[in-house]
Write a protein that binds this ligand. Structure first.
Ligand SMILES: [Fe+2]
Ligand SMILES: [Fe+2]
Length: 203
């Protein structure tokens, strides 16, 4: 099922939609926590602080949007309040593990350098995906004039992608060849996530 069709089916059912929205909030929060965890205690830049703050805001904002569906629903990130919980959790975790493994082997990095490089490549791949997913989601929401909106997130994600490219260019002249490998890994994990969501809404 194409992503757009899946999204259109999710949003017409309030229970699925609430779980999806809560899952996006959960993933934004996991992403924000990963950024914070990868920060160097002394040399962390203004750009990274801004990025972490905005991802935390996305988690909060999406959670608040739940009030527009059914107030009091999906108040926690417990499994039953998420859509495709196993694949949703493993999307970020596997991407992180596989990226770190690749960078360690191919670039010989370790410790804080490896954590920073993993932050750059993982986030780059996620921002590419966010730039596809949120506009499609908004398009489907707008079609049925749904009260939920993610317009403010779309703007910030586009900024993040530009910032990640700037940081990657600074990090390595050869960043694009490594990024291609990471994008490939992300694509596989995203496909699994989509398939699991599709299964969840048809069960
Ligand atoms: Fe975000
Ligand atoms: Fe972002």
């Amino acid at each position: 099922m194409p992503l757009q069709q899946l999204l259109s089916q999710i949003i017409i059912d309030d229970t699925s939609h609430a779980r999806f929205l809560n899952t996006l909030s959960f993933m934004e929060n996991s992403g924000a926590r990963k950024i914070s965890a990868s920060e160097h205690p002394e040399t962390v830049s203004l750009m990274i602080l801004k990025h972490a703050a905005e991802e935390h805001r996305h988690a909060y904002y999406l959670k608040k949007q739940l009030d527009k569906i059914t107030p009091g629903q999906c108040t926690t990130y417990a499994r039953e309040s998420l859509i495709a919980p196993i694949e949703s959790c493993s999307y970020l975790n596997r991407l992180d593990v596989l990226t770190s493994r690749y960078l360690k082997k191919e670039m010989g990095l370790a410790g804080p350098e490896l954590r920073f490089a993993a932050y750059l490549f993982v986030t780059y791949a996620i921002e590419l995906r966010a730039d596809e997913l949120y506009p499609l989601y908004q398009q489907e929401l707008s079609k049925i004039q749904h009260k939920v909106t993610v317009k403010s997130i779309i703007l910030e994600e586009a900024g993040h992608l530009e910032e990640m490219i700037l940081q990657l260019e600074d990090f390595s002249a050869d960043w694009q060849s490594h990024a291609a490998v990471i994008i490939d890994i992300e694509h596989r994990l995203f496909t699994k996530w989509i398939a699991a969501m599709q299964k969840a809404i048809t069960e």
